[in-house]
Design a protein around this ligand. Sequence first.
Ligand code: NAP
Ligand code: MG
Length: 490
Amino acid sequence: MLDQAAVTLPERRLLIHGAWTDAASGKSFSTINPATEEIITRVAEAGAADIDAAVRSARRALEEGPWRLMTGAQRGRLLRRLADLIERDRENLVTLEAIDAGKPLAATRRQDLPAAIDCLEYYAGWADKIAGEIVPARADALTYVTRQPVGVVAAIVPWNFPLMNAVWKIAPALACGCTVVLKPAELTPLSALRLGELALEAGLPPGVLNIVPGFGTVAGQALIEHPEVDKISFTGSPQVGKHIMATAAQQCKHVTLELGGKSPNLIFEDADLDAAAHAAGSGIFFNAGQVCSAGSRILVHESRHDEFVDRLVGRARRLKLGNPFDPETSMGPLISATQQERVLAHIERGREGGVRIASGGRAHGEKGYFIEPTVLADADNAMSVAQEEIFGPVATVIPFKDDAQAIRMANDSRYSLAAGLWTRDVTRAHRVAQALRAGTVWINTFGPTDTRLPWGGLGGDSGVGRDLGRTALDNYTEQKAVWLHLGKVA
Ligand code: NAP
Ligand code: MG
């Protein structure tokens, strides 16, 4: 096992126009290991001048560089090469996520890395298949529709799946021929910067992918305001998402917003309770609950509520918190002291509101931002712990009386990202799936995602638009109608 406290890395710089550069201001910031609270290294901090340079570089690469002349097949080959390099350096990237984000090695090996590689390979396959169509609108004209890149894309991502979320934006954008300026989260810049090195090694021309770590309110703000950015693709909090939409409105930029969730997981009286409790545990405790689609609101038929809570508590107690490098560890720390305090405050509000804490509820350990896996039972859907996104390892369990009440409660939320349901009745499964207001519905499972399937919310605090799937190609292309006058047809 690696001694995580001993891991320090060289200082990192910004990737602008194919070169590693210091910030124009000379400033840098520390990135911290959330399991030990120790500084890993310092990273150049992008300011407005660096963002301007990165966006101009992306614009130049779009309009003048070799990128513009490449065929879709050539772009696809570059993406495939990048996927291969990630595969080659898998362990290095897994280690970076463990140090910088506190993610247990096994989980990143199982989830983030395969998902990032699969995403690049999937969009590599699309790169030479993005076609327009001939639409025979008129007899006196040849009319057709082409698709062209939307332009310079600003990709802004959070800290919970740093590499995977970056790839979810970059892969389809590059497949479509766009150029990208990526701002990783200030808390987790390291895997994105490593991705930049691999992109250069893969042969991506200068300016096609620029990577500019920095603070949201400085670097992020400069990026969303920049007039040369055509599209903002954002994953993060509802609060920042709304601010981005309002800012983008000033220039009518395209936006895709993948925001928060308070996903309901409905467990009917005929459910396989063992399977449901197991999946519900993973659904809320995976990545220490720092998952936009975490199954944080578990609605259970009243006849099985107590039995279910017992099983979930058993699952929570078996989790091993600790060093992300330890193969035995099943749950790492939260990302920061602020996040830890936020989650504890949510639990406290729940306690004051009368919820029963069936297990957990406290910080864990001497060092690092750990929180015990927590189960809140006998809750009410109107409580703050049922309505607010906690973004930590906290399950809120709510009893229901019948299907209609379960559906009503599930949909009584500002969020609409995902939902799960457990039943052995196939008709009920489809009926409830139809009724749930969610971009994804899982039946007798909870949490899987796949590159081929669209991912996103139905508005509100879960945001608008879709990542992944064929749909994401629409995020990064514009349609153009062309008329060729044929004259009078004889
Ligand atoms: P956040 O505070 O919104 O940060 C997300 C990103 O936005 C970070 O890179 C942040 O930079 C940047 N940012 C902050 N202020 C900005 C501004 N004024 N202009 C431009 N960029 C700005 O979100 P978070 O707390 O890191 O992440 C947690 C949230 O993300 C949760 O609500 C979660 O549900 C959501 N999430 C959603 C999905 C999904 O697929 N729907 C996936 C993962 C997470 P700094 O970090 O450097 O400040
Ligand atoms: Mg960090």
